[in-house]
Design a protein. Structure first.
Length: 189
C-alpha cells in the first residue's frame, strides 16, 4: 500500500473494527477469553511507560487477567481523538478519563488510590497478522499521570498534568506554558 492509499480500497480485514472489538472485550465486556480470541497465538503487549504487559499467550493472558481486564475504575471512559489505519496496524490517539479509586497496576504500580480525576492522552499502536492482533504498544506521559494523581509536584519540573489532554482536544489552548514558566523562574531557555 502506498503511503497515500486509502485503506478502504484494499481487500482484507477491517482492522479498525477488530481494534474496536478487542477494546470493547477489554473494557466493556471485561471478557478475558473474548479478548484473547482477537489475538494471534503468541501475541505481546507492552505498556511502554511502566513496562507492563507480556510476551506470548500465557504471559499476556496472565497479565490481562491479573492486572488489566476488570481492573479499571468503574467510571473509565475512552474518547477517540484520531485513528490511522495502515495495511498491518492501527494507531489510535485517545483521551482516557477515570477516577483513581483503585489500585491500577498497569498505569500506577504500587501507588495506593488517590481519589483524583485523571484525563490522559494515550496512544495505542496495534499490529496485526491477518485478522488477529499480534501486538499492542501503549504510550502515555507518566509524568502527566503522576501530576494528576498528586504523586509528582510540577512546580519545579518541566511537566504538566491535565493540560496535555486539554491541549489535544483544543488546539487553541495556549502553547509554551512550560517554557514561559521556566523563563519566569530564570531557568534556561
Amino acid at each position: 500500500m502506498s503511503e497515500h492509499s486509502d485503506p478502504r480500497d484494499v481487500d482484507g480485514p477491517d482492522l479498525g473494527a477488530i481494534f474496536d472489538t478487542h477494546v470493547a472485550d477489554e473494557f466493556e465486556a471485561k471478557d478475558l477469553d473474548a479478548t484473547m480470541s482477537t489475538m494471534v497465538e503468541e501475541p505481546y503487549v507492552t505498556h511502554v511507560p511502566t513496562l507492563a504487559g507480556g510476551v506470548g499467550a500465557e504471559e499476556v493472558r496472565r497479565f490481562y487477567g491479573a492486572h488489566f481486564i476488570g481492573r479499571w475504575p468503574d467510571d473509565v471512559s475512552i474518547t477517540q481523538v484520531s485513528r490511522t489505519v495502515g495495511a498491518e496496524r492501527v494507531v489510535d490517539e485517545l483521551i482516557m478519563n477515570f477516577t483513581h479509586d483503585r489500585v491500577m497496576d498497569t498505569f500506577l504500580p504500587g501507588l495506593a488510590p488517590t481519589g483524583r480525576s485523571v484525563r490522559l492522552p494515550v496512544v495505542v499502536v496495534m499490529g496485526f497478522e491477518g485478522d488477529k492482533v499480534a501486538y499492542e504498544h501503549i504510550y502515555w506521559d507518566q509524568a502527566s499521570l503522576l501530576v494528576q494523581v498528586g504523586a509528582l509536584a510540577p512546580a519545579d519540573l518541566p511537566v504538566s498534568g491535565v493540560e496535555q489532554a486539554e491541549k489535544v482536544l483544543d488546539k487553541d489552548r495556549p502553547s509554551n506554558e512550560l517554557i514561559e514558566r521556566a523563563a519566569r523562574r530564570g531557568g534556561a531557555t
